[in-house]
Design a protein around this ligand. Structure first.
Ligand SMILES: *Cc1c(COP(=O)(O)O)cnc(C)c1O
Ligand SMILES: [Zn+2]
Length: 426
């Protein structure tokens, strides 16, 4: 593990986080609210001085920790007393052993669904925001903000309310009602922008460079290196819940691609720290056909991701110009995985399949991962005999519109037995 200290560190103390390091050229910078390398404009990520050398002790310490992402605080850029501050305590969501779904899909090995709909604002975004809040506090930001495809706005609004920070979040104006209401209900400011997520994101970058954005911490822009680390906790939890064991295959949704790249980082850290036994694992990326720039680049054998204009019901994944796309391609290729996409009809079918087989109601992003899992099994790219983990990153109640037209009562009857028998339900 990196054990280096950077001269001129700002004095900000965020646990075992040591420095920011450029993912392209490796240059290191002191911890601060910056996200791009001064030398090459490459994206920055957190480098750590991780607690190596005593895996058994670390494992015990984690297991004795809180039932939230804070059990992994020693591996995150957060102060040691993080769990004591007002926060949403996200994470440690259930890992569902999906035997019924496995049977339906012809999987003979272990199939698990990591169900992140159980987070405080019902999506995986609570993980990343919780880390960004600590960075915002450390850097003295007073307003918490973000560009969002929907789930992030709600997660930021809730986390800011609890932390006592002002919030002002930006979304495309035409999102699902469930997401708009959730983004607004926590009392912060919510701004709808006439444009796509990519337009919203560009606008936020402009705001950061302007005096109007002074004192604003954008969790997924100027706090992005910290925010992104929250996704590592998915990898930690999955392995711990499997009995400190790596899965063979993971199916992960792609919006910006950040989650997928950090799950890989988390798995590699667990191996390096001796918390799991090293063995190969494959990471598969999942997109909706209506916004599948990474899947297309993967299939065409390209290293660059050509931006697209999204058109899909999987709005939480609708990022046409995914910042981490090239890194996702690297990881899928390096681990022997793949990137695949499914159309909106398949997304809806997959949502219903998961609900019908396992009692898990996923949002459209979960329909994407389950649908892609089915498609990859049919194509022979996923090994049916291996241990597979499929991610559900959000709650179906947020995207009711996707299933409402084809889901409803089996019958409407009068309140008597004759009427019940007539309906053929006896
Ligand atoms: C944001 C989000 C993701 C993944 O986002 P990345 O930008 O790829 O990290 C996945 N699922 C849901 C439901 C999301 O809201
Ligand atoms: Zn660089």
């Amino acid at each position: 593990m990196a054990v280096q200290t950077v001269a001129g560190n700002t004095g900000v103390s965020l646990g075992s986080a040591d420095a920011l390091s450029c993912r392209e050229c490796g240059e290191r910078f002191p911890l601060g609210p910056v996200f791009a390398c001064e030398m090459c404009f490459g994206p920055l990520e957190i480098a750590y001085d991780l607690p190596a050398g005593d895996p058994e002790g670390l494992r015990k310490r984690i297991e004795a920790g809180p039932n939230s992402i804070w059990r992994y605080a020693p591996l995150l850029p957060v102060p040691a007393d993080v769990a004591d501050k007002p926060n949403l305590n996200p994470g440690f969501t259930r890992l569902v052993k999906a035997d019924n779904l496995a049977r339906e899909l012809g999987v003979t090995g272990e199939l698990h669904v990591k169900d992140d709909s159980g987070n405080p604002t019902h999506s995986f975004k609570d993980r990343v925001v919780a880390i960004a809040v600590e960075a915002a506090r450390a850097f003295g930001f007073t307003t918490l903000s973000c560009s969002s495809t929907g789930n992030l706005a709600g997660a930021v609004g809730a986390a800011a309310a609890r932390a006592g920070l002002r919030s002002c979040v930006f979304i495309p104006h035409d999102l699902e009602q469930g997401k708009v209401v959730m983004a607004a209900v926590y009392g912060g400011e919510l701004v709808g922008i006439e444009g796509t997520y990519d337009d919203v994101n560009r606008f936020c970058s402009e705001l950061i460079g302007d005096p109007a954005g002074e004192g604003w911490g954008f969790v997924n822009v100027n706090l992005r290196p910290y925010y992104a680390e929250g996704s590592k906790t998915l990898a930690y939890e999955i392995c711990e819940q499997l009995g400190w064991r790596l899965p063979d295959q993971l199916v992960v949704p792609i919006a910006s691609g950040s989650q997928l790249t950090k799950i890989d980082k988390g798995l590699r850290e667990l191996i390096a720290l001796g918390l799991v036994e090293e063995k190969p694992y494959k990471i598969f990326g999942a997109q909706a056909a209506g916004c599948s720039p990474v899947s297309r680049a993967f299939k065409e054998g390209h290293d660059v991701v050509r931006p697209v204009k999204p058109d899909t019901i999987a709005k939480s994944l609708a990022i046409g110009n995914p910042a981490d796309g090239p890194y996702v391609l690297d990881i899928a290729r390096r681990t022997g995985g793949a990137v695949e996409d499914v159309d909106d009809t398949q997304v809806v079918e997959a949502i219903k399949l998961l609900a019908r087989t396992e009692g898990v109601f996923a949002e459209t992003a979960g329909g994407v991962t389950v649908g892609v899992t089915k498609k990859l099994l049919e194509a022979g790219l996923l090994d049916p005999a291996a241990t597979t983990v499929v991610l559900n990153t959000g709650d179906g109640l947020k995207t009711l519109d996707a299933v409402a037209p084809t889901t409803g009562p089996s019958a409407i009857i009068r309140p008597n037995l004759d009427s019940f028998r007539e309906a053929g339900l006896a």
